[in-house]
Design a protein around this ligand. Structure first.
Ligand SMILES: [Zn+2]
Length: 153
């Protein structure tokens, strides 16, 4: 199966930069990266001294009772995004992860929630969850902090 990996949409980030705040009213302000921060705009790790921002983000773009919002790092200025949409982002392939699946009505598909360890085959596990008929899409999250990594469809 072909899986598509989607970072935070560039248009939403552009609107936040333009507004000077994230979608929850937090000021869009630069901070200097220490070099460990996972960036959700381009799905790679920040380099030391890069200008990044810490924002609150929700992967939903319309109201939903399932909506979860939380802190993510992104580039302070526009970046190239994540163009390899057919490739499981390498940065998130050997960590503790939660595959948080949703059904076609947008409700959480509880039966298919999957917890992964660093040694697990993330790609095989994700393919398995997405192949379930009642799963429409998956939010891949950090297994240790819970924060959003990317959308998989
Ligand atoms: Zn970026």
């Amino acid at each position: 199966m072909e899986i598509r990996y989607t970072a935070i949409p560039a248009e939403r980030l552009a609107a936040m930069r333009e507004a000077g705040e994230d979608e929850f009213g937090n000021k869009w302000q630069p901070r200097v990266a220490e070099g460990w921060e996972p960036l959700r705009c381009c799905l790679r790790k920040a380099s030391v001294d890069e200008d990044i921002a810490l924002i609150c983000y929700t992967p939903w773009d319309e109201p939903s009772p399932w909506m979860e919002a939380g802190p993510v790092f992104v580039h302070h200025e526009a970046c190239a995004g994540y163009p390899d949409t057919g490739e499981y982002p390498a940065l998130f392939r050997h960590n503790k992860a939660i595959l948080n699946p949703f059904d076609h009505s947008g409700a959480r598909a509880y039966d298919h929630i999957t917890f992964l360890g660093p040694e697990d085959d993330h790609l095989a596990a994700l393919a398995n969850v997405l192949s379930q008929p009642d799963v429409a899409y998956v939010h891949v999250r950090s297994g240790s902090a819970g924060c959003f990594h990317f959308l998989a469809t």
